[in-house]
Design a binder for this molecule. Structure first.
Ligand SMILES: O=C(O)c1cc(=O)[nH]c(=O)n1[C@@H]1O[C@H](COP(=O)(O)O)[C@@H](O)[C@H]1O
Length: 231
């Protein structure tokens, strides 16, 4: 069964127990889950298999960024693990993204959605200047989006702040937006943020939400409140 809500809960935890404890409070009919670098590096593919056996669709967020062959083989491994979504950095370039797409096309059965990370939501203009990019984040996001479209990716990770411009420029691409903060919650290390409702209205297809749910006193309640707010 495919989850009908746009919410993807980030399971950013240092242990299997902590991740599964939160997952046990969540309902696969209300959200998907994201396994990222911390949890995967500690637990390996088994945590993905366990979550999938519990009925969750899993976004494997390892943000692959390497030469084309290495990245394509990593994406293939993710597909064989049965994940619903996998991502690579668009800044790995057109040939890298194309190699990933072509490799997935050669896989029998359901393939994961292939998503390109544009400019991290923790970055603002001065962070881009620090890595030699003298542009506004949105300009860089639009550049990378055009490459992702050319490579045949399914969508992008970006800030919901860029969603209106992206929906206009690249209407085929699905938008996966972290940096979501319900009104009144802590910004943490995020910089380019919107509330859940603003994000959907801006054109986000999926909302990645971590700490506002995982650090809530009652995560199940926080998720239910979000689902109700978005209805
Ligand atoms: O690819 C991602 O998921 C991602 C990309 C990005 O630009 N910004 C971003 O925050 N993320 C991830 O989204 C999640 C956001 O978590 P919270 O800030 O706790 O809601 C984290 O797991 C990040 O790794």
């Amino acid at each position: 069964m495919s989850c009908p809500t746009p919410i993807i809960v980030a399971l950013d935890f240092p242990s299997r127990e902590a991740a599964l404890d939160l997952a046990a409070r969540l309902d696969p009919a209300q959200c998907r889950v994201k396994v990222g670098k911390e949890l995967f590096t500690r637990c390996g593919p088994e945590i993905v298999e366990t979550l999938q056996a519990q009925g969750f669709e899993v976004f494997l967020d390892l943000k692959f960024h390497d030469i084309p062959n290495t990245t394509a083989m990593a994406v293939k491994a993710a597909a064989e693990l049965g994940v619903w979504m996998v991502n690579v950095h668009c800044s790995g370039g057109l040939r890298m993204m194309r190699a990933c797409r072509e490799t997935l096309d050669g896989i029998a059965g359901r393939r994961p959605l292939l998503i390109g990370v544009t400019v991290l939501t923790s970055m603002e203009r001065e962070d881009l200047a620090g890595i030699g990019l003298d542009v506004e984040p949105q300009q860089q996001v639009l550049r990378l989006a055009a490459l992702a479209e050319q490579a045949g990716l399914d969508g992008l990770v970006c800030s919901a702040q860029e969603a209106p411009a992206l929906k206009a420029a690249q209407p085929r691409l699905q938008l996966v937006t972290p940096g979501i903060r319900p009104a009144g919650s802590a910004q943490d290390d995020q910089r380019r943020i919107l509330t859940p409702r603003q994000a959907l209205e801006a054109g986000s297809d999926y909302l990645v939400i971590g700490r506002p749910i995982s650090q809530a006193a009652d995560p199940a309640r926080a998720l239910a409140a979000l689902v109700a707010e978005l209805r």
